[in-house]
Design a protein around this ligand. Structure first.
Ligand code: AMP
Ligand code: MN
Ligand code: MN
Length: 322
């Protein structure tokens, strides 16, 4: 574990950034740390960078101070990379990582190769927000910081349901609840409630899903023209791969959306036997054993066939070792 006070000694400027296409844990951990540094280290000029994130996260205090463009040239004394498995995933903020005097990575991706100078990486942790909680002095955590961290933990654990949820996770969630947050509304408004068009595109993805390998793999794809038709953006596709995985008998769910002609962002989820992180890493991406992603070129069928080959190989290996 790292010691925040020691790391911030004599620091005058600090930058914080998370991964591209920020999710709940990424935004929650970045804002949680940002609010803490602003309040308890006022002598440090702290700035936070994130790509555009869902409107529902805007209730978080400090979310209006998040910067979305990295055009200025800056050299931070310390630069924090949160919830980010590799340098590429920092997006444009990588330039601040490259120029910073000291870099600190706090993360829980199994694919993380400890790319910063100082690394606090715990693949078993539910979320980066949980790791941020560990670094902060508990009594100093305000309600606003607790809201950000609770949101992050709730999102990355599928609301305390995935196997990355530990008794420690629940203990931390309880401590955050004690700060007086409206935990029920946070979960509803940021995780469960979908807009009408989000539900429509989800329905479309379910309707067009295809089972493969005798029902052990399910896949669905959304093309750019479908997104245009429904008027949705990539941020509206959250939760689709999770819903695909909730299909009885399925070992792995694959969801693809088109990012450019012949280019797809792949999201993979496993129900336990398949290590999707291994497959994502093979194709230049990364993630966790049960949730991982990458970007691949080709037609939908090229992409799916390539992925399914790897899943089939893993399933055969499991059979052999059993
Ligand atoms: P997603 O399917 O986009 O929700 O991602 C699942 C997990 O894999 C998340 O923890 C992501 O941070 C990680 N991930 C997704 N895409 C990539 C990628 N291209 N490279 C590395 N990690 C990724
Ligand atoms: Mn994330
Ligand atoms: Mn995370």
């Amino acid at each position: 574990m790292i010691n925040l006070n020691a790391e911030l000694k004599e620091v005058k400027t600090a930058g914080i950034a998370g991964h591209i296409r920020p999710d709940g844990d990424c935004v929650g951990s970045c804002i949680g740390l940002y609010l803490y540094l602003k309040k308890y280290f006022p002598e440090i000029k702290t700035e936070v960078y994130l790509e555009e994130f869902p409107e529902a996260f805007r209730f978080l205090e400090g979310s209006d101070q998040v910067q979305h463009n990295c055009d200025q040239t800056k050299e931070y004394d310390v630069f924090f990379c949160l919830d980010c498995g590799d340098e590429k995933r920092l997006g444009n903020a990588v330039k601040y990582f490259n120029t910073a005097k000291k870099t600190i990575c706090i993360d829980h991706h199994i694919s993380n190769q400890a790319f910063a100078q100082v690394n606090y990486i715990v693949p078993d942790a539910s979320s980066t927000s949980e790791l941020i909680f560990n670094l902060l002095e508990e009594t100093k955590i305000t309600k606003e910081m607790a809201e950000a961290l609770y949101m992050g933990i709730a999102h990355d654990t599928g609301v305390f349901k995935f196997s990355n949820t530990s008794s420690r996770t629940m203990e931390i969630a309880g401590k955050l609840m004690d700060k007086g947050i409206d935990f029920s509304t946070i979960v509803d408004d940021t995780y469960f409630i979908k807009s009408y068009i989000q539900n429509q595109i989800m329905g479309r993805a379910m309707l067009e899903s295809i089972m493969m390998l005798d029902g052990r793999v399910i896949f669905s794809a959304i093309r750019q023209k479908d997104m245009d038709f429904y008027g949705v953006g990539t941020m509206d596709l959250d939760g689709i791969v999770q819903q695909l995985r909730n299909t009885r008998g399925v070992e792995a769910a694959l969801f693809l959306y088109e990012t450019a002609p012949q280019e797809y962002k792949v999201s993979m989820r496993s129900n336990g036997k398949i290590d999707v992180s291994q497959i994502a890493c093979y194709f230049g991406g990364g993630g966790h054993v049960k949730a991982a992603g990458c970007t691949m070129q080709g037609s939908v069928y090229d992409v799916v066939n390539n992925l399914v080959k790897h899943i089939d190989k893993q399933l055969k290996q499991i059979k052999v070792t059993n």
